[in-house]
Ligand binder design. Sequence first.
Ligand SMILES: C[S@@+](CC[C@H](N)C(=O)[O-])C[C@H]1O[C@@H](n2cnc3c(N)ncnc32)[C@H](O)[C@@H]1O
Length: 255
Amino acid sequence: MDKYDMIAEFYDLWTKDYKVDIPLWLEYAEKCGSPVLELACGTGRVLLPLAQKGFEITGVDISEKMLEKTKEKIKKEKDDVQKRITLTKGSMIDFDLNKKFNLALIIFNSFQLLLTQKEHDFCLSCVHKHLNPNGKLIVSAFYPDLTRPEGVLKNDRDKPIPDYPEKGDLTEILYYQFFDHAKQITDIRFILDTVKLNGGLKRREFDLKLRYFFPAELERILISNGFEIEEFFGSYDKSKFTGKSPLMILVAKRK
Ligand SMILES: C[S@@+](CC[C@H](N)C(=O)[O-])C[C@H]1O[C@@H](n2cnc3c(N)ncnc32)[C@H](O)[C@@H]1O
């Protein structure tokens, strides 16, 4: 099973309480207007609330399973919401939707799934082609804390997931993480330990690589692909980015 397909299985349970970013994306959708493009839209965590608020939105994702989950949720929505959503399976480094947008989102560290400079450039050049003049792009990524520990980690945010994958199961997510500082890559092994109802233990593992960026580097990547940086926030409350901020949220305008 592809790693994103595996993530699709528990993504919604895992991110169920993660809504802190949504008001900011809604605010920019309001400012820019429809249509909105979300690259790496996953299971519609952000795409759906935007469509529910009246925005016309297209989601692109590489994983069939992630998109299936989104489609299941869309079916339960009212007709008008359903009509505002378009989903396309494809890669954010190479897509042609034959449509222009007023706002593009690459959020929740999704741009960091692209590991090479070529991929960053391909992706941003596609985004550039798909934006109307003065259309905006928002990229959000974590700010790398180089003192982060390596090795096995448990994230306090991640509570054990009940009834996953089967009723009566309890699944705990652990991480094994290490850094390749030369390539600026965080290598994360996800370890899913499931305690079965009969007391048995089942372990599943998969790896994910995330490119980490530094602030001036991320700005430069956007600028060299035809964008002008308008805002640089360090958190979803729109506070200015400082060297101590947890996030890098760049709002850029297509030149
Ligand atoms: C962390 S999830 C983010 C989902 C969603 N944006 C959110 O905020 O909840 C990352 C998503 O990126 C997708 N993905 C990974 N590589 C991709 C690529 N090259 N093109 C498009 N989607 C990709 C995965 O399938 C996954 O759904």
